[in-house]
Design a protein around this ligand. Structure first.
Ligand code: GUN
Length: 287
């Protein structure tokens, strides 16, 4: 039996539609247009694509998009001054600083300068602490997208064994917190985990966020498990560049109960959740 495909592209379109309806209501009812500021420092090609897509989808949802493209040699002081201006600007409800930042800028200092109420990435210490303690937080977009897909597909998650592979601040750690809040039994595994295949085989929910192409093999997947593949890796194959996930899709698909494809799984959900967070921030700012 082959797995059900969790269609992130279609789900993201649905979320974006709901956000657009919420934006329209806020504009008509309170005269407020949610605004998202995206800051890009330097010329990283992948980041430029993400920022362009974010701007386009923000406008499509009826929100204002403010893009700040800064040169690679921008100083940390200049970047902090821009964040201060955006924090004070009432037309800006969400601020996102695209990562990675150039090496001469301390990313933590910049992220933590963002007003937590406008921190639509959920990366500030304040939002990380709120999430960890089960309080109302801005939740990082990629793990939020994964959770929405899991809830949509499985319904109740309580009591399930969840294994998250990868302990990044952007995905792995907040994903583990979210699953814990859903009453899953959570294992946060990583590159030093002993007997990783055996650990993965215990998972009813397996979230792969390691950034290594096709590392999770088919025989690491418990039959019937739900597999969420966060990886987006570029590989050269047969003379062509292809996108693959962190999971060996063809092998896992034959074993899993459900699986997200790459591309078209988790990826589209990230920007949809960013728009949802921006709408939430705008609603909270205006009481
Ligand atoms: N770079 C890669 N993913 C992300 C993300 O979710 N947010 C930001 N700000 N930068 C990223």
């Amino acid at each position: 039996m082959s797995a059900a495909i969790i269609d992130g592209k279609a789900f993201a379109a649905r979320v974006r539609g709901e956000v657009a309806e919420g934006v329209a209501r806020l504009r008509a009812g309170a005269g407020i247009t949610p605004g998202l500021a995206v800051v890009l420092v330097g010329e990283d090609p992948a980041s430029q694509v993400y920022v362009r897509n974010k701007g386009a989808q923000t406008r499509e949802a009826g929100m204002a998009s403010f893009e700040h493209r800064l040169a690679d040699d921008t100083t940390e002081a200049d970047l902090l001054a821009l964040i201060a201006r955006l924090n004070a600007d009432p037309a800006v409800h969400g601020i996102l600083v695209q990562l990675p930042l150039p090496a001469h800028i301390e990313a933590d200092a910049v992220i933590n300068a963002i007003d937590p109420a406008k921190d639509v990435d959920g990366f500030t210490i304040s939002n990380v602490g709120l999430l960890a303690t089960g309080q109302k937080a801005m939740v990082p977009c990629t793990p939020l997208g994964c959770l929405l897909m899991l809830r949509d597909h499985l319904g109740e998650l309580s009591g399930l064994n969840a294994v998250v592979v990868g302990r990044s601040n952007i995905v792995g750690k907040p994903m583990a917190q979210l699953l814990l809040a859903e009453n899953c039994t959570v294992t946060l595994a990583h590159s030093r985990t002993r007997d990783l295949p055996e650990v993965c085989r215990r998972a009813d929910i397996l979230v792969a966020a390691v950034g290594r192409p096709e590392m999770i093999r088919g025989d690491w997947v418990k039959p019937g498990a739900t597999v969420i593949d966060v990886g987006i890796n570029r590989v050269e194959r047969d003379g062509r560049t292809r996108l693959v996930g962190d999971v060996d899709y063809a092998a896992a698909e034959a074993v899993a109960g459900a699986i997200t494809p790459v591309p078209g799984g988790v990826g589209p959900m990230t920007i949809a959740c960013l728009l949802a967070n921006t709408l939430t921030a705008a609603c909270r700012a205006h009481g």
